[in-house]
Design a protein around this ligand. Structure first.
Ligand SMILES: C[S@@+](CC[C@H](N)C(=O)[O-])C[C@H]1O[C@@H](n2cnc3c(N)ncnc32)[C@H](O)[C@@H]1O
Length: 161
């Protein structure tokens, strides 16, 4: 395996300061507002992004606890393989969220509907394109069968655990 080093391209601002109480997925975040503050060196790369209604945000889950091969995710009461979940305690703690784009001004992207902690390092932004990204119907394994879909996180995947 290779060692790979990434450099964040900016920082994510959010009203969520700790895992406990944060939405468990962007889809459950309602109108929670936040912003992506990019390194000004990347501002030019935002050209035309505002023509998209939604964007993928990729980020470093900097406050995730250590890797766990099996986890009880927020969306179920049973234990599942980490890679069959979206839990933060991953070998490479990378988060992905589809959020609503509100505006782009200079090096700042205002967004809505995020499940991301304040001051999270931003890794990448991509446009959300339904033709590529929304594939129906799609089987969703244990998630389809689960009846315990928690919409608010607790501290189970935190770095203090
Ligand atoms: C279940 S994860 C899903 C994250 C992302 N939507 C995904 O699927 O990759 C969502 C939880 O991650 C936690 N979280 C958000 N930002 C984080 C960060 N910077 N470090 C550690 N945990 C974070 C919050 O508790 C939030 O409720």
């Amino acid at each position: 395996m290779r060692d790979i080093t990434f450099r964040s391209i900016g920082v994510i601002h959010s009203r969520f300061k700790q895992q406990d109480g944060t939405p468990t997925q962007a889809a459950y975040a309602g109108d929670a507002e936040g912003s992506l503050e990019l390194d000004p060196a990347y501002a030019g790369a935002l050209k035309d992004l505002e023509t998209f209604e939604r964007i993928w945000v990729l980020y470093y889950l900097d406050r995730a606890g250590p890797y766990q091969p099996l986890v009880v995710p927020y969306m179920d009461d049973a234990r599942h393989g980490l890679f069959a979940t979206r839990a933060p305690s991953r070998p490479n703690p990378i988060g992905i969220s589809v959020v609503t784009l509100v505006s782009v001004k200079g090096n700042r992207v205002e967004i809505r509907g995020l499940d991301i902690l304040d001051e999270t390092p931003l890794l990448d932004i991509k446009p959300y394109i339904p033709e590529f990204d929304a594939i129906f119907p799609s089987r969703a394994g244990w998630f389809d069968a689960s009846r315990t879909k928690r919409r608010t996180a607790d501290s189970r995947f935190g770095s203090d655990e």
